[in-house]
Design a protein around this ligand. Structure first.
Ligand SMILES: NC(=O)c1ccc[n+]([C@@H]2O[C@H](COP(=O)([O-])OP(=O)(O)OC[C@H]3O[C@@H](n4cnc5c(N)ncnc54)[C@H](OP(=O)(O)O)[C@@H]3O)[C@@H](O)[C@H]2O)c1
Length: 384
């Protein structure tokens, strides 16, 4: 055994252990390679087992990958304020198995946004999320931004939008996030938003139609339509029409429409089975907030399905999603009874922390580990 050791071929329990002179490294996109300093050579195969490997998943939270002036990748741990050339994910490598894995459900209702995005580099992807200043929209914006995407938070209040931007920058000062004004209750505002976005000459890879009102008292928008219907469905419908050309040019691109399971508890047909358009934007007399919401969510799904049918041949897919039941966001704010119901259901439903999968952290740190103060909103520029 001692002889083997001195010959550099120690018979260890692990065939993964490297012989002397070898070092394990990773490429920028997560492939493991092996460098031999004595022989000055590199190779993809493990010098002992001959296996090829890649790192599994994303960097631990708080870590960042950088490249030095020689092009060598190094890693910064912002939380513990240290820098290393050793990829922390090397502890979790998987074999590069060319055999296709058997199909199984990868995610379920308990999956978090960070789990789904694990290992994905969204640098260069441009995302618009409506209603991203709070709730599910905000968590989605943050999760995508923490994975490198340039995220535009389309919000009806500039102040609330900018506040959300600051909160994301507080998590990671290099996040590419920007707030833009979009009030779905005004078709003119939707038009202005689309024009302002187009003037940036950015592509658009992901459009998430998330904003919604729930349980709102009856009111008409400036366009003369019932508010729930316009905010939840028609405003998004118009937005997608106005951005369709950019989506097509940016293909592969996708639209995600945030709907709800509650779409099942409604009808938009009359007694003879024909589509009844008067149900979509009812008068005050015929208005019931819950039904109006459910109908708008049904419209979301019908719209998404038809959009997918029309645009998928052009590389733009559309999917609708139910985010979970009674998630404690601010959706219940319109009536104290809803707030009470959401509060009672809260211990049994998915929380915002479970949606995102990461706890809110303290202030972001720069490369030297100094606290960043007065972080500025970093704009998404037309460089993609
Ligand atoms: N929470 C749940 O349990 C649940 C369940 C099923 C489906 N969903 C769906 O999930 C999505 C997100 O809801 P959430 O729970 O995150 O609710 P939320 O916290 O109330 O977020 C809704 C967002 O929509 C924005 N919004 C409202 N009216 C708008 C308008 N006229 N123009 C632009 N933005 C507007 C709000 O902005 P302001 O802050 O300025 O009002 C807010 O940012 C919705 O589509 C909802 O239907 C939620």
């Amino acid at each position: 055994m001692a002889a083997l050791k001195y010959a550099g071929l120690e018979d260890t329990d692990s065939e993964e252990e490297l012989p002397p002179g070898w070092e394990e490294r990773t490429t920028k996109d997560g492939w493991v390679y092996y460098a031999n300093h004595l022989e000055e050579k590199t190779q993809w195969e493990h010098p002992k087992s001959g296996k090829r490997k890649r790192v599994a998943g994303d960097l631990p939270y708080g870590w960042e990958q950088e490249t030095d002036e020689n092009g060598q990748v190094y890693f910064v741990d912002h939380i513990n304020k240290r820098t290393t050339y050793l990829d922390p994910r090397l502890a979790f490598t998987v074999e590069d198995n060319p055999v296709k894995p058997t199909t199984r459900q990868k995610y379920d209702g308990n999956s978090t946004a960070m789990e789904i995005l694990q290992g994905r580099d969204l640098s260069g992807k441009v995302v618009i999320i409506t209603g991203a200043n709070s709730g599910i929209g905000f968590e989605t914006a943050k999760s995508l931004a923490l994975h490198g995407a340039c995220v535009i938070l389309a919000c009806r209040s500039v102040a609330r939008g900018n506040d959300a931007v600051q909160r994301i920058l507080g998590e990671w000062h290099k996040a590419k996030v920007e707030a833009m004004t979009l009030d779905l209750a005004s078709l003119q505002s939707v038009q202005h938003f689309a024009e302002a976005f187009k003037s940036k000459n950015l592509p658009l890879h992901i459009l998430i139609c998330n904003a919604a009102v729930f349980g709102a008292p009856w009111s008409l928008t400036e366009d003369g339509l019932e508010s729930t219907f316009q905010v939840n469905h028609l405003g998004h419908f118009y937005l997608v029409q106005l951005l369709e050309d950019v989506l097509r040019q940016s293909s592969p691109a996708r639209v995600v429409v945030v709907s709800s399971e509650s779409h099942r508890f409604t009808e938009i047909k009359d007694s003879s089975g024909k589509l009844d358009f008067s149900l979509l934007s009812p008068s005050k007399k015929e208005y019931w907030a819950m039904l109006a919401y459910n109908r708008s969510k049904l419209c979301n799904i019908l719209f998404s399905n038809e959009l997918n049918r029309r645009l998928s041949p052009h590389g733009v897919t559309s999917n609708s999603v139910h985010p979970g039941n009674m998630i404690y966001s601010s959706i219940h704010r319109n009536w104290w009874v809803y707030t009470l119901l959401f509060t009672l259901a809260r211990p049994f439903t998915k929380s915002m922390t479970e949606c995102r999968g990461i706890p809110s952290s303290g202030p972001a740190h720069d490369k030297q580990g100094e606290e960043m103060s007065g972080t500025k909103a970093s704009c998404c520029t037309g460089q993609f």
